[in-house]
Design a protein around this ligand. Structure first.
Ligand code: MTE
Ligand code: MO
Length: 326
């Protein structure tokens, strides 16, 4: 499958270095000039299994705002091979095997509910309409593994602003594409998860500068199994809040019901903030296996409150009992 229609080649004269998407060919021609502004070297060929179209973006600057971490990055192959994307099956290897059956071209996101200007954004307009930046985030799965990934994206707040949330908007609900033809996991996993996969955030969480809409990782467009063409990354919450392959965003007054809450309300709450002091009913959350992790080198480390982003996000939860509102 080709991404050509999605990403038409543009003349380099039309490109602003921080915001525009570059086709591979333009990238090759312009690479010498653009390397200094932070464009990634692109070694693989474009493929939905590996991602692969080079992106132009601003590099993360090391600072205290949480946009960067000096911790070792998880090798790209591990992040692309060991995934949770239940639409394609429950095995960690299923998404890498089957997510290429999903077509991500064309793609659009519909935004409605409590907004003054409801509408649809096509991926082309998303790619050209927002300045892309790199964020090196830890992501901690509820099943106690974690990774460090250089995501490429832009703050969710910038997208929401375009649709002008009304004063009644208090929560944001997200939905993944649901197409049983293309998502073989939804055909076998009936009754377990109610499709489409749905997630939610309180509006202030959604508007927090750490909350990222990601269109790429490791300098290139997302592999399908990691949520192409656009997914959420909320680094202080368990990984399941970082919903993949988003087609719908709805601003709402009442707290939305999420897929994992529907599935097991006693195990997965709405907030799902990473918290070593609140164990999952079936396992401890005090530590995590940082990928790559093997039987002989489990690479086990202590889990930090809010996944280490306490300084940035603790103020969102000052009046809450996080043991009750987990
Ligand atoms: N649509 C959808 N989004 C999803 C999931 C899923 O099953 N379906 N799994 C979640 C879980 S449990 C985790 S840990 C992260 C994993 O992201 P990664 O596979 O890119 O590492 O995606 C989240 N987003
Ligand atoms: Mo997860």
């Amino acid at each position: 499958m080709s991404n050509k229609r999605l990403f038409p080649p543009v003349a380099s004269s039309e490109i602003t270095p921080e915001s525009a998407y570059l086709s591979r060919r333009t990238f090759m021609r312009a690479s010498a000039a653009l390397l200094t502004t932070g464009i990634a070297a692109d070694s693989g060929s474009a493929s939905p299994r590996t991602g692969g179209e080079a992106l132009n973006y601003q590099r993360a600057s090391p600072s205290a705002n949480g946009f960067h971490t000096a911790e070792d990055q998880t090798p790209q192959d591990d992040v692309a091979a060991y995934c949770n994307f239940y639409e394609f099956g429950t095995e960690k290897s299923d998404p890498a095997s089957y997510a290429h059956e999903m077509s991500v071209d064309p793609w659009s996101i519909e935004v409605d509910g409590e907004v003054s200007r409801p509408g649809k954004l096509h991926l082309e307009d998303i790619m050209s309409g927002f300045d892309l930046e790199e964020r090196i985030y830890r992501l901690r799965c509820v099943e106690a593994w974690s990774m460090v990934v250089p995501w490429v994206g832009f703050p969710l707040a910038k997208l929401l602003a375009r649709f002008e949330p009304t004063t009644r908007a208090r929560y944001v609900e997200f939905s993944t594409l649901y197409d049983s033809q293309q998502m073989r996991g939804t055909r076998s996993l009936t009754g377990l998860i109610e499709w489409p996969y749905r997630e939610g955030l309180r509006l202030d969480e959604a508007l927090h500068p750490l909350t990222l809409l990601s269109v790429g990782m490791y300098g290139k467009t997302l592999p399908n199994q990691n949520g192409a063409p656009i997914r959420l990354v909320v680094p202080w919450k368990y990984g399941f809040k970082s919903i993949k392959s988003i087609v719908k965003i709805r601003l709402v007054e009442k707290q939305p019901v999420t897929s994992w809450e529907l599935f097991a309300p006693s195990e997965y709450g709405f907030y799902s903030n990473v918290n070593p002091e609140v164990d999952h009913p079936r396992w401890s959350q005090k530590s995590e296996r940082r990928l790559p992790s093997t039987l002989f080198r489990p690479n086990r480390i202590e889990t930090k409150k809010f996944n280490g982003y306490e300084e940035q996000v603790a103020s969102l939860y000052t009046s809450m009992d996080l043991k009750k509102q987990y």
